[in-house]
Design a protein around this ligand. Structure first.
Ligand SMILES: [Zn+2]
Length: 367
């Protein structure tokens, strides 16, 4: 189960636990919730939303229908991950992503990537640039740098490779020269470096993916060092638009995000897989932040559709996530997150329009 699926499962469990112990049949709550979601989904669809952070490995007629019904456009992000069989090879993922763009009736765009595991090859940067330029020519709009830079890949001398390694610089210059956007997933939530914390929204992820839980690993880079390297890339490449995904890796510190947005005009963030952190913060603080920086925040989810996905289950997961996020940002409804009752932020329509749509178009030209 993915993080978001689990979140929904937890939410449903929490909702069920919160129900009074009446003889009412439990099945009564499910259609009520669906009907409730329908209102949120039609308001969401009316804004012609763009989700800038998904991982889609296949399509399906019912999935396509959902995209059409929601007027939804997706930015499909590629990642090379040597610990995941679906993500080990780059070219099949590129072919698959371009096929989604071609066949998806305007509902898909592609964020490609390059192979950082080839870092030690003499022709690494030149090969990466050649491949990226080909992907741009085929319509790719952005490039992803994933957390394996900073947290997994080591150079010939055994040191962790950081995002500001000079070997990456020609690649960044090439992306900027083509008017494309760099999407950076750098570091992980604080809890990956901290003591076990079952209350953290990301904790269950590390139980399923212990390779990314790095507390007590001698010599492992501190989170700050990884984010500093990312900041160095921002400073060195003022013409390169960068979207720091997952709240730019600063999921518990709105003040720190604000300082970054103030300091680097080429920096924006997405909300992917971190909306729950916002839900758990004081609502007035989150509201003020989202309103002040409404031009710099892109809506993303991190939802995925794997080759072996169960489509009905996936459709429920995708739509409940969109309904939940819409209710949180756009309404004053009460929802449950992390076992707590959370009030929706009821943001102004202009801010919603930017966060759910127009910021994506501005920061990722071509969407
Ligand atoms: Zn992702």
């Amino acid at each position: 189960m993915t993080r978001s699926a689990r979140t929904i499962a937890q939410t449903i469990i929490t909702l069920c636990l919160a129900l009074p112990a009446t003889p009412a049949p439990t099945s009564a709550s499910a259609p009520a919730k669906l009907a409730d979601d329908e209102g949120a989904l039609s308001a969401f669809a009316a804004i012609h939303p763009i989700d800038v952070h998904v991982h889609v490995f296949r399509t399906d007629p019912a999935f396509q229908k959902m995209l059409e019904r929601l007027n939804l456009k997706l930015l499909d992000i590629l990642v090379i991950d040597d610990t995941n069989p679906n993500r080990r090879q780059l070219q099949p993922q590129i072919d698959n992503g371009l096929e989604l763009v071609r066949s998806g009736g305007g509902h898909f765009a592609l964020c490609t990537t390059f192979d950082p595991y080839k870092f030690d090859n003499a022709s690494f940067a030149a090969d990466a640039i050649r491949q990226l330029d080909r992907d741009f020519a085929h319509g790719a709009l952005a490039v992803k740098v994933w957390k394996n830079v900073g947290m997994e890949i080591k150079d010939g001398s055994g040191k962790y490779v950081m995002a500001d390694d000079p070997k990456f610089e020609p690649i960044y210059k090439d992306i900027a020269a083509h008017g494309k956007t760099l999407m950076t997933h750098q570091a992980e939530p604080d809890v990956a470096w901290g003591p076990p914390d079952a209350a953290d929204p990301s904790w269950s992820y590390y139980q399923e993916n212990p390779q990314w839980y790095v507390a007590n690993r001698p010599g492992f880079p501190l989170k700050q060092k990884i984010l500093d390297a990312r900041d160095h890339v921002l400073a060195q490449n003022p013409k390169l638009p960068m979207v720091g995904v997952h709240l730019g890796g600063m999921e518990r510190d709105l003040g720190n995000i604000a300082r970054h947005l103030d300091e680097y005009p080429n920096f924006a963030i997405d909300t992917a897989a971190r909306m729950e952190y916002l839900m758990l913060m004081p609502p007035e603080k989150v509201s003020a932040f989202l309103i002040k920086y409404q031009d710099r925040i892109l809506y993303g989810t991190d939802l995925d559709l794997h080759p072996d996905a169960n489509i009905p289950h996936a459709l429920t997961e995708w739509q409940s996530t969109y309904a939940r996020d819409w209710k949180f940002l756009a309404t004053s409804d009460t929802l449950t997150a992390g076992g707590r009752q959370v009030r929706g932020l009821n943001l102004p329509q202009a801010a919603l329009q930017k966060i759910f749509r127009s910021n994506a178009i501005r920061w990722i030209p071509g969407l």
